[in-house]
Structures are given as C-alpha cells and as structure tokens.
Design a protein around this ligand. Structure first.
Ligand code: ADP
Ligand code: MG
Length: 164
C-alpha cells in the first residue's frame, strides 16, 4: 500500500521463512520507482536482516487447543484473545537526505547489537545494519510490539546536483 501524500510504502508480511525474500523484492521495486537503484543493494541487505529478526522474535498466537474459556456458545481460547496477528509489517519512506526503513513485530523485546566471535554462528545481522545504516534504533508503540528502524544515507543523485 502506498500513501501518496507521504510516499510511504507499507507492506504486511506473513511470519514465514519466505518473507525476507518478499521484503527484498518490495524494496527493489520501491527504490526503482524512486530511481534510487544505487540504494537497492544496501537496502535489501538491511531489510533482510531486520525482517529475519522480526520473524524470529514474533510472538505467534498459541494453538487454539490450549487453555480455553466458554463464553455463551463460543469456545474462546484465552490465549488467542490476547494474541498478536500472525504478521509483521515493514515500511519505507524518504526523509530528507535519507530513506527510512521500519519493521514491526509483536514482541516487546528489544534488539541487541552483539559482538560475535569468529566462531559464533549468529549475531552478525545487526552488526551489518549498524555498519550500513546512518542510524538505527527501536521503539515500542503504545499499540503493541516494537518497531526496529534504520536510516540509509541517500546522497543527491548526480542529475539532482546539476539541477540544484
Ligand atoms: N526484532 C527483534 N526482536 C527481539 N530481539 C531481537 C530482534 N532483532 C534482534 N534481536 C536480538 O538481537 C540479537 C542480535 O541480532 P542479530 O545481530 O541479527 O543476530 P542473530 O539474528 O544472528 O541472533 C538477536 O540474537 C536477538 O536476541
Ligand atoms: Mg539476525
């Protein structure tokens, strides 16, 4: 979905192993539309890491057979009543001389920048984000979950410099 007033491109993604792929395709299409092909590779790397982390962290609704309460004629799972929808979302929008990439998941747990040893298998995703992004961070919206965001430097294109 695109908001024409803000240029914000919003995408809902399933909590599924293929979602980082769809996120990369989405980022490519949006950046091609903005004629920012120079940013595609970096943005795809970063979105892959953020979406992968969001999928790992996402709090899935528990199975419907767990504890339940009977309300009238409906059996409602107690846990499902508080469950998060089984999706994450991302958006992408330009802001000044950056583009902003945000990824939401239902977990309130913050991301942690690790310093992995050479033989550690994981812990490099946020290192990559830290290296490639101009800035990054997270916040917890009142509506729930959290957003991990980063900004990518979008220096003026040569054609813009000539025009300006
Ligand atoms: N969206 C997130 N929600 C909760 N914790 C996160 C999230 N992203 C990252 N983290 C935490 O930060 C750590 C470092 O993330 P990362 O550098 O991507 O390494 P890895 O994914 O290989 O563990 C993760 O192990 C996890 O504990
Ligand atoms: Mg990771």
């Amino acid at each position: 979905m695109t908001d024409v007033t803000t240029g914000k491109h919003h995408l809902e993604l399933s909590v599924f192993p293929t979602s980082p792929y769809y996120a990369r395709v989405h980022v490519q299409r949006v950046l091609e539309g903005w004629r920012r092909d120079d940013l595609i590779e970096t943005a795809q790397l970063v979105v892959s890491e953020l979406v992968s982390n969001a999928i790992k962290a996402h709090v899935s609704p528990p199975a419907a057979t767990e504890s339940f309460a009977v309300t009238g004629s409906f059996a409602v799972t107690e846990a499902a009543a508080h469950a998060s929808p089984d999706h994450i979302w991302m958006d992408l929008y330009p802001a000044g001389d950056t583009i902003v990439l945000r990824v939401w998941d239902a977990s309130r747990t913050p991301p942690v920048l690790r310093t992995p040893d050479l033989d550690d298998e994981g812990g490099r995703g946020l290192c990559l984000v830290d290296l490639l992004a101009r800035s990054w961070g997270y916040y917890r919206p009142a509506s729930g979950g959290k957003v991990v965001w980063c900004t990518l430097a979008a220096s003026p294109m040569p054609s813009e410099e000539r025009a300006g």
